[in-house]
Ligand binder design. Structure first.
Ligand code: GTP
Ligand code: MG
Length: 191
């Protein structure tokens, strides 16, 4: 699989031309967006991963096999940034999500242990309102140590997400990679 970084956009004018179908990675800061992206393309260091929240500050576009683009968005919910910077991010993200014609699918990542936070739910409602298709992914699933915790975690996410079933994913074990690819490929074909 060939995956290349195209650009890290901090302004809408820097978005690349609308050509290939795009898959966006959305979720709170530190939830594991960049780790998921790397795992899907089997590259360890393509998207930068950090234990410091707020690591990804631009909208990063990656071209995958010349047939689609992965778009890694800055995480939200990170409190230690000044309001002016936050406002800039929010309008950047919103301009991408509302206006992008080639955006086919959003991957909405939720931490399997924590479930939905208020800003995740807000984003989900926003996606629904704008008619954006999305898939909910329960990240860091390896951290739920036994079956009971795992099924409780998934049930809680499904309940609060109005019955949308999450796909369990772990960047450590690779659980969920196949299922996520299956969904992405299906969308790619029907779009
Ligand atoms: P921002 O760019 O700040 O929004 O963060 P992000 O959502 O891109 O998260 P990132 O992929 O950088 O991961 C954040 C931290 O969580 C890193 O320390 C990762 O190693 C860790 N992490 C990510 N996914 C997993 C996972 O599936 N399991 C475990 N155990 N740790 C994970
Ligand atoms: Mg990131």
């Amino acid at each position: 699989m060939d995956a290349r970084f195209i650009i890290g956009a901090v302004r809408p004018e820097q978005f690349p031309p609308e050509e290939l179908p795009e898959i966006a990675f959305l979720g709170r800061s530190n939830v594991g967006k960049s780790s998921l992206l790397n795992r899907l393309v089997r590259a360890d260091r393509l998207a930068r991963i950090s234990s410091t929240p707020g690591c990804t500050q631009s909208i990063n576009f990656y071209r995958v096999d010349d047939r689609m683009c992965f778009v890694d968005l800055p995480g939200y919910g990170f409190t230690k940034i000044p309001p002016s910077a936050r406002q800039r991010w929010e309008s950047l993200i919103e301009s991408y999500l509302s206006g992008r014609a080639t955006l086919r699918y959003c991957l909405l990542l939720v931490d399997a242990r924590r479930g939905w936070m208020e800003n995740d739910l807000e984003l989900r409602r926003w996606l629904e309102f704008h008619g954006r298709r999305y898939l909910v992914i329960a990240t860091k699933f390896d951290k739920l140590k036994n079956r009971q915790k795992q099924s409780e975690g998934l049930a809680a996410i499904s309940r609060a997400g109005e019955g949308v079933d999450p796909i369990p994913f772990s960047a450590v074990t690779g659980q969920g990679v196949r299922e996520i690819w299956q969904t992405i490929s299906r969308i790619h074909k029907t779009a």
